[in-house]
Design a protein around this ligand. Sequence first.
Ligand code: LMR
Length: 416
Amino acid sequence: MSRFAKVEQGPPIEVFALNQQFQADTFPNKVSLGVGAYRTNEGQPWVLPVVRAAEKALAADEKLNKEYLPVLGLETFSTAATKMLLGADSPAIKENRGFGVQCLSGTGCLRVGAEFLARILNYHVFYYSKPTWENHKLVFNNAGFKEPKEYRYWSESTRGLDLNGLIEDLDKAPENSVVILHACAHNPTGCDPTQEQWAKIADVMEKRKLFPFFDSAYQGFASGDLEKDAWAVRYFVSRGFELVCAQSFAKNFGLYNERVGNLTFVVKNPEVVPKVKSQVTLLIRGMYSNPPSHGARIVNHVFADPALYEQWKGCIQTMSSRIIEMRKALRAALEKLKTPGDWSHITSQIGMFSYTGLNEKQSLHMIEKHHIYMLKSGRISMCGLTPNNVEYVAKAIYETVTNCDTRGVATLGHKL
Ligand code: LMR
């Protein structure tokens, strides 16, 4: 009998299982609206031209070698990434109390940050929004946190933020709870707090002595504007919070499989920085020793070259504008068909995802009948929509909400 015989089958990771199912589907008009990865108007993955240019330059640079990076990664990359997040004139950077550490994309940053908070600061309660990206809970639990708790976020009746619920929940949180906040383009709802609402969230977190852990996966990708998408993080820093922020370069650089991220720390006192870095060094050394260089070198190369940096800003404009166009096209097509329900949320939501309001049964129906792959929560990736498939998707949604159990939509669309 094998020692491994008692191992139980774990559940699949929905978003990746869906992708495999999509690949295996031979239906000619199939559409992938599952995984959050950018596609062109032709439905193809896009390697940004600035990334190609950086890779060519790196390949031609004979001075570069394959020696280990330091445990905390490529420092010039982290410094530039931290500046991008906190702003070029950030007082935290000027006062040497804001710094970054290269980690393995956004998820790796979340894990290292969470391990630091759990093991070094002994925090054990964390709050995540209801709903949130499904991996937050797993990462924090695996990092050593003991008590996962939800805070209300999404109101089905208003199809917007449940600010009162959110404040009520955080107002009851024990001191030193860590609160995961999406810096912009909330995943999966596409619904962000307004600046006034962020101020109220900061008030309750200050009052209850809660610790902000920002997840910034979409800076620049959400609105096309790097400064606008970093507003919430910068606001918390300006209010005097100490915080950490997981920064991913998967979406805004299209570097999904290069796993390049930066974990930013903002502390009150610069004297603690060497100690914090020494503990993060031990955590990383015990996990994966040191990070790979390729992705960080690409981002670093673009950041260091003003012309490439401007070109990159053009690329994020291209990506965010295409998504905004697809939002408009989907809403218009649904309204033209007189699809039951109110579809204005498709254009008011922001970022990569839209929370359609389709319930689980309807989402599965979209897959089975129409070969349109989406999460069972009703989340769709707007990137999978193109001028060629948007009508097909709208017709499928029409058929689904007309013929398939409409309860989920009825709670969303009061006009039903
Ligand atoms: C998503 O939410 O689809 C992406 O961030 C991919 C992932 O890792 O879940």
